[in-house]
Design a protein. Structure first.
Length: 170
């Protein structure tokens, strides 16, 4: 349930962000000047707009008269690249929230299923011992029920891993 819930939330988040970024890119590249593009970035939502704001702010820091500090000693291109990289990292972190839960579900559920299978087999062996018979009818039912736990663990893990891989690579 958690995997499907997070997959749905992330799908909506990624879809909304892609639409916002597409709209912003069209308007940004159609802007008549850098200043009008910067004003556009301040009014638009989305990751691309925030990255553009960070870049514009980095450019403005170099042009504004400030007391001499380390950021002034770095050339404009380095300052711009650093500001853009930092904003991209912030955007990536916000997009990756919740994916650690999906990764944990994907990596632990097969082991939980295996644990359930081992527990079920132990219970089945106790039942066989109590019955005093090892016939196929006595063994097959409890062992089959115990193996269901492994199947459930794998059924939970596969979608979780697929969801994680999709959103990490998207």
């Amino acid at each position: 349930m958690a995997t499907w819930g997070l997959a749905l939330l992330k799908g909506v988040q990624f879809g909304r962000l892609k639409a916002q970024d597409r709209k912003f890119h069209k308007q940004f590249w159609a802007a008549s000047s850098l200043d009008s593009a910067a004003e556009l970035a301040e009014t638009q939502p989305g990751a691309a707009a925030r990255v553009a704001q960070a870049g514009y702010a980095a450019i403005q820091v170099g042009e504004a008269p400030h007391a001499a500090d380390l950021s002034q000693a770095i050339n404009h291109q380095d300052r711009l690249e650093r500001a853009l990289r930092q904003q991209i990292v912030r955007e990536r972190r916000s997009l990756e929230t919740g994916l650690a839960v999906v990764a944990s579900i994907g990596s632990t559920s097969p082991f939980i299923g295996l644990f359930g299978t081992v527990w079920g087999i132990m219970e089945a062996l106790k039942g066989i011992s109590a019955a005093g018979s090892a016939s196929l009818e006595t063994v097959a039912g409890p062992i089959g029920a115990a193996l269901v736990a492994t199947g459930v663990g794998i059924a939970v893990a596969v979608p979780a891993v697929l969801v994680y891989n999709y959103f990490c690579g998207a």
